[in-house]
Design a protein around this ligand. Structure first.
Ligand SMILES: [Zn+2]
Length: 289
């Protein structure tokens, strides 16, 4: 079996197409890349490094939390916005464990997808992820509709020009020039950004990093020269969380690196047993200009 979405991938060294023999990908110039035992394709651009990705603990927290379903309404909005009539694959730079990408592929059973991340821990899960409605994967990596690729979203992506029908950007940094390069002219860029009141009860109680009020404007400035906003859905609802879910939620977010674990545990222990927390985000669909 070959890696899903192989025709959309490109050599990270020379940008030429890749072919596969057994578990080795190679380009016409002889650059070659062996699929990792855990099923992901290591396609890091020369000079980039993979040490900045999420840790095993962050990945586990994210998988547990997303698996609990409390972000399902955000996930569904991203998936719905990713359906287009453009040819090509769905890609997600900074895909983490592939939760949102798998939902987008479940929404359109004709698509294959490429998840790119710098965290090997996240990619191990992404390479095994089963898309809702699909058959179980018999072999991590080479079976199914979703390819997991080790790549740095800040470098040139190992994806061919115009190969993406949709690009997902979920709670993640974005490289607008590269997204524009890989997106088909009729494709859609789907961006999920937190709104200012996102998780505000926890931000207040636990001194988390809050959403910068200038963020929506910054996003618009960053994307506006290359893309045009087509539609925005603002999604806001309340979830009841216990202490365990609160710790998972903090563990998967940007505050995890800034907080002392003991201080955080003490602060969470002092919360009510169940706390109502606001989930608030915007899903915007952008088209290439
Ligand atoms: Zn090459």
């Amino acid at each position: 079996m070959t890696l899903p979405a192989l025709a959309a991938l490109a050599c990270p060294n020379c940008a030429q197409p890749l072919t596969q023999a057994d578990r080795r990908l190679s380009c016409p110039d002889g650059h070659s890349f062996d699929l990792a035992k855990q099923g992901y394709a290591p396609l890091l651009a020369p000079g980039s490094n993979a040490t900045t990705g999420d840790t095993a603990d962050q990945v586990a927290a994210r998988e547990d939390f997303l698996g609990s379903g409390v972000y399902d309404r955000l996930t569904a909005a991203v998936a719905a916005a990713s359906v287009t009539d453009a040819p090509g694959v769905v890609i997600e730079p900074g895909c983490g464990t592939g939760h949102y990408l798998a939902a987008a592929l479940a929404a359109d059973s004709s698509r294959e997808g490429i998840g790119l991340d710098t965290s090997k821990y996240a990619l191990r899960r992404c390479a095994k992820r089963v898309i809702a409605g699909d058959e179980p994967r018999r072999d991590a990596g080479t079976h199914g509709r979703l390819a997991a690729v080790l790549a740095d979203a800040w470098q040139r992506l190992p994806v061919r020009d115009g190969a993406a029908a949709a690009v997902l950007n979920v709670f993640a940094p974005r490289n607008a020039d590269e997204i524009a390069r890989v997106l088909h002219p009729r494709g859609a860029l789907v961006v999920l950004t937190p709104r200012q009141d996102h998780l505000r009860e926890l931000v207040d109680a636990l001194d988390l990093l809050s959403v910068d009020p200038a963020k929506p404007q910054r996003t618009a400035d960053q994307l506006g020269t290359l893309f045009e906003a087509e539609r925005t859905d603002d999604i806001s609802y309340s979830i009841g969380l216990g202490h365990k879910e609160v710790l998972q939620l903090v563990g998967m977010g940007p505050s995890a690196r800034h907080l002392d674990a003991d201080a955080l545990a003490a602060a969470v222990a002092a919360l009510p047993e169940r706390i109502d927390v606001t989930v608030s985000a915007s899903v915007t669909r952008w088209r290439k200009r």
